[in-house]
Design a protein around this ligand. Structure first.
Ligand code: HEM
Length: 226
């Protein structure tokens, strides 16, 4: 009984860690998505935004300090989010030595399966993405400090890049939809009365994010941005 209680308590603790770190990561992707749309302002506007991220806080703080603080917070959030997800999956599997028959908890299993595989897809995408647009090793002709050039070159000269990004941000949208929904259950803010409203918010978060991110590779592919 006591063991079950501890397990339960720690499960709730881990879900809370997932929810809180998920909110931090969610905040980042929203800001990043809005920042990406600055590409419509042209090279000056887009590159100025990137430059601002590197010098913000100067002269009180050395250049890059704020950027590194953001990077460390993001990295810690990813580590905690992924660790808690792996632990929760283990607890979940340990709790059912004999797998459920297909008919049981169909909906919940589908949601957790897409959450897990979506999470894995996003993880590998972010590694590729950093090599592509931040480090530049995955982008021939990468120019440090010229993200406008890098984005246009990336999506127009590498045919696979835009589809990879579109699939990844679709996985991100789905992940956010299920994640927002599941966080609402964990934090206990969802009730029968508010269910429709909250589901609407979850759907909008996923679709909005997908649309905002997918716009950039699509407009470059269509030759609207050059
Ligand atoms: C079509 C979608 C996307 C585009 C066009 C895009 C574009 C970019 C560009 C140009 C940079 C480099 C910025 C700079 O050097 O100032 C960057 C950095 C980054 N992006 Fe994205 N991004 C996209 C989607 C995503 C997604 C979905 C995620 C996360 C799930 C993400 C996470 C990051 C991270 C972590 C960085 C590194 C920031 C840093 O430490 O300097 N991006 N992105």
């Amino acid at each position: 009984m006591a063991a079950a209680l501890t397990l339960n308590q720690s499960t709730i603790g881990k879900k809370a860690i997932m929810a809180v770190t998920g909110i931090v990561l969610y905040g980042f992707v929203i800001v990043h998505m809005i920042g990406n749309l600055k590409i419509f302002e042209g090279p000056e506007g887009f590159n100025a935004y990137s430059h601002f991220l590197r010098v913000v806080g100067e002269p009180a703080l050395p250049a890059g300090t704020i950027l590194w603080v953001i990077r460390i917070v993001l990295l810690l959030s990813v580590i905690l989010h992924v660790t808690a997800a792996i632990q929760l999956t283990r607890i979940d599997n340990a709790g059912r030595p004999i797998a459920y028959k297909k008919v049981k908890r169909k909906q919940a299993s589908f949601a957790s399966l897409t959450l897990r595989w979506g999470g894995v897809t996003i993880f590998f995408f972010v590694i590729y993405h950093l090599l592509h647009f931040t480090v530049g090793t995955a982008l021939p002709g990468f120019i440090e400090g010229d993200p406008y050039h890098n984005v246009i070159t990336g999506f127009s000269s590498q045919v696979w890049a835009a589809p990879v990004y579109i699939v990844a941000v679709a996985a991100l949208g789905t992940h956010l939809y299920h994640g927002v929904w599941s966080a609402m259950q964990t934090l206990g803010i969802n009730t029968r009365r508010t269910e429709k409203l909250f589901r609407g918010i979850a759907v909008l978060s996923g679709v909005g994010l997908f649309a905002g991110f997918a716009t950039v590779p699509i407009v470059v592919l269509l030759g609207i941005l050059k």
